[in-house]
Design a protein around this ligand. Structure first.
Ligand SMILES: *Cc1c(COP(=O)(O)O)cnc(C)c1O
Length: 360
């Protein structure tokens, strides 16, 4: 067996320990003679798995009691519709456009009401986070929407926007559990888990109780109504059972590692290794404004497309895979989520130094 250093933006690297444990339990989960994939979601064994997952997530993120946690299907993109369906009482919401994922959510919301652009960084290819300290926020907005970490462009909000009292909704898909978070600052936090937590197929929605109501847009499908899911503790229908089980294992792994403070310390340390090199390199350059740099997704270029392609090819051959940038932006991108060991980043930088020498 030979494992590569996987810098994929998502689905992405998972802790090896978690995969090994899942492998050990594959045929016989804790003596019940079957795989987690084969058991009823209504069974006592599974009930413990999902309850434990929620309990551990609550502990990790310090989620207050007046927030519900839902494990749902449909990915983050499904929530692009669910958010307006559940929250647009006045049929008006504000979106801050910092990349493609925010833009997709914005476009989806327009199907259900008036979605307005509060700020955007499209003018400089989303290479920065706009100043959101004093936005023009109309009084009748139902919520302000952000994508907190921009997976494709590699930027992240270091301070949350001043929403002037409006409910903040955040897509945290690519920074979920990467650092401590003050849940009380948000009305809704949600994210697909395949970036930093588990296998694709699960989206976690954390929503304040007062935002989970029967007062949803007419025509909202039963399954997309948060109240349906919250009232049934994510078991309205068959949930993505196996995916939730793996998420639960990752939560336990995170707790064992020391929780989100420790993950933040590690993530800063890892990202620093790469950014420091990008800042001193004569060949490679980071592409985003320094103060807005993501700890999770690090895009960079050589400035020469042929050289970029050569780098990706040689890196792949050397065991550093999935470094090609998003198809819409080109260049390279190293995603260095929680499960990427520091050693992987150090070795990547070593490889980049060697490549720089050989191609000077
Ligand atoms: C990957 C990603 C999405 C889309 O996730 P799906 O689960 O594929 O729908 C949405 N938002 C962000 C920030 C992402 O990184």
């Amino acid at each position: 067996m030979s494992r590569v250093y996987n810098f994929s933006a998502g689905p992405a690297v998972l802790p090896e320990e978690v995969l090994q444990e899942a492998a050990d339990e594959m045929l016989d989960y804790k003596g019940c003679g079957m795989s987690v994939m084969e058991m009823s979601h209504r069974s006592k064994v599974y009930d413990e798995i999902i309850k434990d997952a929620e309990k551990d997530l609550r502990e990790l993120m310090n989620i207050p009691d007046n927030y519900k946690v839902m494990f749902l299907q449909g990915g983050a993109s499904q929530q692009f519709a669910a958010v307006p369906m559940n929250l647009m009482k006045n049929k008006k919401a504000g979106y801050i456009i910092t990349g493609q994922w925010a833009k997709k959510a914005y476009q989806e919301a327009k199907m259900y009401g008036e979605a307005i652009e509060l700020a955007s960084s499209a003018d400089e290819t989303f290479s920065y986070i706009p100043d959101c300290s004093n936005l023009d926020i109309p009084d009748d907005l139902d919520y302000v929407y952000i994508c907190e970490n921009n997976t494709i462009y590699g930027t992240k909000y270091k301070t949350l926007p001043n929403t002037k009292g409006k409910t903040l909704v955040a897509d945290v898909s690519s920074c979920f559990l990467s650092e401590p978070v003050d849940v009380t600052k948000y009305g809704v936090i949600y994210g697909g888990v395949q970036k930093n937590i588990g296998p694709a197929g699960v989206v976690i929605v954390i929503a304040r109780e007062d935002l989970i109501t029967d007062d949803v847009l007419a025509g909202t499908p039963t399954m997309l109504k948060w109240k349906t899911q919250a009232d049934a503790d994510s078991l309205y229908n068959t949930p993505p059972c196996y995916g939730i089980y793996i998420c639960g294992k990752v939560f336990k792994w995170l707790k064992k590692m020391g929780g989100l403070e420790e993950m933040q310390r590690r993530n800063i340390e890892k990202a620093q290794i790469l950014y420091d090199f990008l800042d001193e390199s004569k060949l490679f350059k980071g592409t985003v404004r320094k103060e807005d740099r993501s700890l999770m997704n690090v895009p960079f270029v050589t400035g020469n497309e042929e050289l970029d392609a050569k780098f990706v090819k040689e890196a792949t051959a050397a065991g550093f895979v999935n470094l090609k940038g998003h198809r819409t932006v080109g260049g390279m991108r190293a995603s260095i989520y929680n499960a990427m060991p520091k050693e992987g980043v150090e070795k990547l930088v070593e490889f980049m130094k060697k490549f720089e020498k050989e191609n000077a």
